[in-house]
Design a protein around this ligand. Sequence first.
Ligand code: HOZ
Length: 427
Amino acid sequence: MPARPRSQELFAAARARIPGGVNSPVRAFRGVGGEPFFVDHAAGARIRDVDGNEYIDYVGTWGPAILGHAPKVVVDAVREAAGRGLSYGIPNPLEVEMAELICAWMPSVEKVRMVNSGTEATMSCLRLARGFTGRDKIVKFEGCYHGHVDSLLVRAGSGALTLGQPDSAGVPRELAALTITLPFNDEASVERTFSREGDKIAAVIVEPLPANAGLIPPLPGYLQKLRELCTAHGALLIFDEVMTGFRVARGGMQELTGIRADLTALGKVIGGGLPVGAFGGRADIMDHLAPDGPVYQAGTLSGNPLAMAAGLAQLRELEKSNAWNRLEELGARLESGLRADAATCGCTFHRVGSMFSLFFAEGPVHRLDDAKKCDTAKFANFFHYSLEHGVYFPPSQFETGFISTAHTDEDIVRTVGVVAQALRHAA
Ligand code: HOZ
């Protein structure tokens, strides 16, 4: 078992000055017990802690590290941009390049505004949807997580679910009452809701590939049904593609499913590792934003030149190397290596491209209630065994793993071997 005395020291110091010792709850390892390691540096598919232990990383900074950590092409672009200034607070050409690229790759997006995080992106989508439709209600799905937006921290996934607090304290009851939460992959409940109060619903917001209660693919026809109901009732369909946009395909889930959202929230992926987000969609809706329209939204650091440079460098590199083929190849290799072992141990494995989840429950897993049947104690054993043997998976049953183009075939083979032993150990 690797020793981590320096990480332990740092965590003790962090707890004295940072709530829970972390700046985002999932990092505290509460879903698996124990303490987090502190990172010294990361390169490619490897992450090294301050005690000198190295891990094959399947968290990839929760998605953005599609090319692995610190790819030269991105680091060079950031260095070059930094030499010309860190933030201007006035337009720069990279913002235009980024907007053009997003609109070209995601055809439902005709206009786009940059923000600084996925949370800001979803929050702005809601305000815009309410301002555009003149309605107040929002529909979301159990276990979907759209950042820590007040209206969306209702039966939320990710850290809120891991900590058993899917409804956050501090959200006014009156505001939460405007959020209707339905089970995912259940057409009938959405139909009933629309027939009851369709004229009050501003928007349906959904992760088209939920990845915050584990990875849960939509059933065939489900997203199409959401599209039809929104169109029929004059509500907007918002896709949260913070994790899937530009990762599962060049045009995200919208390319894979052929379904066009009215608004799309994008996040960390378009910053290549720097803090960034964006939201965009139909021009007639986006034109309701200030300064053209009455819906206010702003940000000093929005369109930051370093974040734009990093994101553009990563996205162009993905396209140049058609990285999505390689990601699919690596994902398929991982899947074929561990699916049989997972089934033998009563687990369910889900994968779409380079995103995957291993549920410690018999399938099918179609929605939050299914995911909640997982044996989280077994998951914790599995997680720690893997970590002690050099493989870092997300520290919660309810998070998703990510593969990068920096992972090698040998990494996958080694990972499959560790998983086989970890599964036996967990049982
Ligand atoms: N599920 C989160 C990413 N969408 C985990 C990252 C975090 O909250 O820090």
